[in-house]
Write a protein of this length. Structure first.
Length: 380
């Protein structure tokens, strides 16, 4: 097992653009950590810095007790004790599947019998038992990615790096491989750093989730903590599809700016009842109830079936807001009354000074994933 530590790591590109900005992150022995963030946030850059494909311009990277990267020093990727699977599977077409997978073991001088046993074990894990002699050219893209995953774990590295490694796989294989991969990494004590665009995957697999944006770490925490206590409106919008509203808070509660939404103080998290001033309010879909009502002020614009209830997008006086309340079934076009059970306040003068349509985090509009925020007016 081995820990990973980044201390004040920055990466400056020519022209002054920062790929990473003063990143501090510690990953414990045997810990599974997922990196999530919007496109261009720096999550893959961070992973490649740990791998050794990019050298930081400031700060240090440690794997175990050894410094593997610092300004002017960088240990080669192959000497860092890593297993790596990136978006491109990189399966060698001139070798059969078994030869591809056993390559790290051959380099390590593992005996032939042990190589065969471990290759067979890895193939069974990724759902390709008995495929040692198959030609990679005859495999599907998803199958080739499974071969790449098997090659990465067969040598039982101290640290496993995954960059969208499961994204090419179809369900239910992808779901099975998630479970098997998590079980295997626990059994072998592997430290895992996993980059994924799939927020549900990150929350399901990781011991801790790291939310990255603008080359900076925005929040680190257990999945339940990040969901329940987002550090900022950006994190709430990105991780939970929260709708973000501008408004004001006082002892009585929250009042939206240019929208009829008002919430009593006892329904607000993140602020005391004595707080006052301009704030941002994050409303998570799980806390939005849509109640069918012909006289309601909102209309269901989209309805996707879910096991526990429909995933709805509502047009509420010009505000697009999502609802995933348990047990709610509404077809598109249904008029509804909206009830907000809870919401989180992020306050301060900064919220008052910003353009209400733009997040303060690297110019990313919030909230993402189809929840738009448009200019609104009372009675729209």
């Amino acid at each position: 097992m081995s820990s990973v530590a980044l201390e004040s790591v920055s990466l400056a590109y020519p022209g002054g653009h920062l790929g990473l900005a003063d990143v501090d992150l510690s990953i414990g022995d045997g810990e599974f950590v997922a990196l999530v963030g919007p496109s261009g946030s720096g999550k893959t850059t961070l992973l490649r810095t740990v791998a050794g494909f990019i050298a930081p311009t400031a700060g240090t990277v440690r794997i175990g007790d050894a410094v593997v990267a610092s300004p002017g020093q960088s240990v080669e990727p192959e000497r860092r004790g890593l297993g790596m699977v990136f978006q491109q599977h990189a399966v060698w077409p001139h070798w059969n599947v078994g030869r591809n997978i056993e390559y790290p073991l051959r380099r390590a001088g593992v005996a032939r019998g042990e190589r065969r046993r471990r290759v067979a074990e890895a193939l069974d894990l990724v759902g390709l038992p008995g495929s040692e002699r198959r030609n990679p050219a005859l495999l599907s893209g998803g199958q080739r990615q499974r071969v790449a995953i098997a090659r990465a774990i067969v040598a039982r590295p101290r640290v496993l790096l995954l960059d969208e490694a499961l994204s090419a796989l179809d369900e239910p294989l992808r779901d099975r491989l998630r479970l098997e991969l998590r079980s295997l990494t626990r059994e072998l004590g592997l430290t895992v750093l996993h980059v994924t665009h799939d927020r549900s995957e990150a929350l399901a697999l990781a011991d801790r989730v790291v939310v990255v944006d603008g080359g900076r770490v925005q929040q680190v925490g257990a999945p339940a903590e990040v969901l329940a206590h987002p550090a900022s409106a950006f994190v709430a919008g990105f991780v939970s599809d929260a709708a973000i509203l501008q408004g004001f808070v006082d002892a009585a509660g929250f009042r939206a700016e240019g929208h009829p939404l008002a919430l009593a103080a006892e329904r607000l998290d993140g602020t005391s009842r004595t707080s006052r001033g301009a704030v941002e309010l994050a409303v998570q879909p799980e806390h939005v109830r849509a109640i069918p009502d012909p006289a309601g002020s909102a209309t269901v614009t989209s309805s996707l079936f879910g096991r526990g209830g429909d995933d709805l997008v509502l047009d509420w006086n010009g505000l697009a807001i999502r609802s995933r309340a348990h047990g709610v079934r509404c077809a598109a076009g249904t008029r509804v009354r909206v009830e907000i059970e809870r919401a989180t306040v992020f306050g301060g003068a900064a919220a008052e000074e910003r353009d209400p349509g733009v997040s303060s985090h690297a110019g990313v509009s919030t909230p993402p994933a189809g929840v738009r925020r448009r200019p609104v007016s009372v009675g729209a």
